[in-house]
Design a protein around this ligand. Structure first.
Ligand code: ATP
Length: 459
């Protein structure tokens, strides 16, 4: 259970994220739509920077990994082959009084009983029976529930289907798009095993009770990489990618003390090994990213269901095999939330509270804010010239509204690393004041040196 101050922090953070244009609840003017959030002007910049950094590390930075952008919709047989139509489910119970639906494993966890979504209906029903008197409905004083039933998380649609051909699905994960293109990538690039394919894209899950803000939503974005290896090399690459991904998260700005490894105790039947990287969110530890050794399950299933050989012929060793897969799989929304929770800080400055997002400078939504001290033409025209000179190198904001103190506050609250103030002296000495976000120290910098000065700060 999160402590009071953690709950308070979460409330302050969500309110800041709304107030400063990071995240809006979906369809707010219609009363909202559960499990979906919209990223506002500041949020979309941060989310794009997170994805760009992931791509830089996972694709651009490695000659052995290439990118892909597969369709959200795939042939319905993909989901049969992958096992999602039969086995992609969470355990559901319904409160008999108010009809609301909850995750059975979550209700058990909340009273300290170890449970997870991979347990069978029978196992969970037994636990429910045993702890009946302690389990309460989160939304009413009742404690009568329907029996635990598995609920499939795939989102159905009728795209491209006819009345008698069954549903098509919005993808429940991006990984399947990679498996079904494994052979295409192999045939059209110079990649040889071991190699990986990475992609970023939307995924959809009919989560029983979306909760904890961006942590569990019904529409979200995934950043996934599947690395294809010789069977005997699976564990070697598994260990390598565990380290690679953990370090990448720390480099992005997450505090190591808020990260930990959580090995999967109940492995799915085909998996060789699986570990999650968990983050200490204000509401408790939760999965941020998973590293999974998946054996040859995925390609074997697609080979079986499609009838197309997905075997790899190794010209060096002259043998044939179905590659094994090491997967790294994380969500943009969860990482976005973790980075913001980590960066959120409050301090007292001259008797007033200052809220500041101490984000890694390179992923901050806005890099430089350009602030003329007043709306006088001579200052605003100089400020606009500076904006035009910097805008192609840095994401800049231009703001001439309100007092300079309020404008600094706004920039601190969205994590802008540098504010440039153009004052009346600037017209004489051709220099500006550059204020740094974390220390609030101010430098006087010649306008002609500004670009170089900022480039050094961001390098
Ligand atoms: P959980 O156990 O929390 O439901 P999962 O094990 O089902 O997560 P995976 O299927 O491994 O998650 O998905 C990979 C990543 O996608 C997760 O680590 C997470 O970052 C993200 N993710 C999964 N489900 C959601 C969701 N409903 N909302 C937001 N992000 C999600």
């Amino acid at each position: 259970m999160a402590k009071d101050k953690d709950i308070e922090k979460m409330e302050k953070l969500t309110s800041l994220l709304k107030r400063r244009g990071f995240v809006y609840p979906s369809s707010e003017i219609y009363g909202g739509f559960a499990g979906v959030y919209d990223y506002g002007p500041t949020g979309v910049e941060l989310a794009n920077n997170i994805k760009r950094e992931w791509w830089r590390i996972m694709v651009q930075g490695r000659p052995d990994i290439v990118g892909l952008d597969s369709g959200i919709f795939m042939h319905p047989k993909v989901w049969e082959a992958s096992g999602h139509t039969s086995g992609f489910s969470d355990p559901l119970v319904e409160c008999k009084k108010n009809g609301k639906r909850f995750r059975a494993d979550h209700l058990l966890e909340e009273i300290g009983v170890g449970a997870d979504e991979k347990m069978s209906e029978d196992e969970l029903n037994e636990l429910f029976e045993k702890h009946k008197k302690d389990i309460k409905c989160p939304e009413c004083p009742d404690n009568e529930f329907t029996p635990v039933k598995k609920f499939n998380l795939l989102t159905e649609s009728n795209l491209g289907t006819t009345s008698n051909s069954g549903p098509s699905y919005l993808r429940g994960e991006t990984a399947q798009g990679i498996y079904i293109n494994y052979k295409n990538v192999l045939d059209t690039t110079n990649q040889k095993i071991p190699f990986g394919v990475a992609q970023i894209g939307k995924a959809f899950r009919n989560e029983i009770s979306p909760r904890q803000y961006l942590f569990r939503t019904r529409e979200f974005e995934q950043m996934e990489m599947q690395f294809f290896v010789r069977p005997e090399d699976e564990m070697k690459y598994y260990d390598e990618f565990k380290e690679y991904r953990f370090n990448a998260l720390v480099e992005l700005g997450l505090n190591k003390k808020n990260l930990k490894w959580a090995p999967h105790e109940n492995l799915v039947f085909y998996a060789t090994k699986a570990d999650d990287i968990e983050y200490k969110f204000p509401f408790g530890w939760g999965e941020l990213e998973g590293i999974h050794a998946r054996g040859s399950y995925d390609l074997t299933q697609h080979q079986k269901h499609s009838g197309v050989s997905l075997e790899y012929f190794d010209q060096e060793t002259n043998d044939k095999f179905i590659p094994h897969v090491v997967e790294t799989s994380g969500g943009v929304g969860r990482l976005f939330l973790a980075l913001l929770a980590d960066a959120y800080d409050e301090e007292e400055v001259n008797g007033e509270e200052r809220i500041v997002l101490r984000l890694n400078k390179n992923i901050a939504p806005v890099k430089v804010a350009i602030l003329p001290l007043s709306k006088k033409d001579e200052l605003t025209s100089e400020a606009k010239t500076i904006f035009n000179e910097l805008k192609d190198s840095f994401v800049c904001a231009y703001d001439e509204t309100q007092s300079i103190g309020k404008r600094y506050r706004r920039q601190d609250e969205i994590g802008t690393p540098f504010c440039i103030t153009i004052d009346f002296d600037s017209l004489e000495d051709k220099a500006v004041t550059v204020r740094e976000r974390d220390t609030m120290t101010q430098d006087r910098v010649a306008i002609s040196d500004l670009k170089k000065y900022l480039e050094e700060k961001f390098s």
